[in-house]
Design a protein around this ligand. Structure first.
Ligand SMILES: [Mn+2]
Length: 198
């Protein structure tokens, strides 16, 4: 391994103060404290199933609701990925995963294309998971996509339980991230694009 693929980003606005550190070549270690327990539970899935170390601390305006915090964690995580990926030499670029959890099944496909694009198709069975508004899941991924500059296709194919639906999305996202960000030993450090840059 050459240069470590790590990044630390601090993002402060009047609505949220967020610090994100990641290691793409980690082991799934995590330290998560966003103030939104369900978001921490979902970020934990990314770390464990992506084998990406995540250290995330957020202090947001939760007295209003969790919207700004969830969206801004997605933005800051996206910025950290963009930075840690560097020039993207030797990466696999594309990643995909299907992940089930009991009755639920989701598919996530990602391309570190350098262009933002999100297709988000999750037919939620409930509006709330405990105190967590399921609409915020889209906001998280839109924030991530806009700043990581990836094409991301998320489809929940089946599911009766909204917690299961959401968890399969985040687990598949972690697995797809792992595949796309991993260095391909056959590529000899080239950039996987006929353009010569991503
Ligand atoms: Mn769970």
């Amino acid at each position: 391994m050459s240069t470590p693929r790590t990044a630390s980003i601090t993002r402060n606005t009047n609505e949220t103060q967020i610090r994100v550190s990641i290691n793409l070549d980690g082991t799934g270690q995590q330290k998560l404290n966003t103030g939104v327990p369900f978001l921490d539970h979902m970020l934990d899935q990314i770390a464990r199933h992506g084998l990406i170390d995540l250290d995330i601390e957020a202090n947001g305006d939760l007295h209003i609701d969790a919207h700004h915090t969830v969206e801004d964690v997605g933005i800051t995580l996206g910025q950290a990925f963009a930075k840690a990926m560097g020039d993207k030499k030797g990466i696999r670029r594309y990643g995909h995963a299907y992940v089930p959890l009991d009755e639920a099944l989701s598919r996530v496909v990602i391309d570190f294309s350098g262009r933002p694009g999100l297709e988000f198709h999750v037919p939620w069975k409930r509006a709330m998971i405990g105190g967590f508004d399921v609409d915020l899941t889209h906001e998280f991924f839109q924030g991530f996509v806009n700043h990581a500059l990836v094409s991301l296709h998320i489809d929940n194919l089946r599911g009766e339980n909204a917690h299961h639906q959401c968890e399969t999305v985040f687990k598949a996202f972690g697995r797809a991230l792992r595949m796309a960000t991993e260095l391909d030993p056959r590529s000899a450090g080239t950039i996987p694009s006929t353009k010569g840059s991503l």
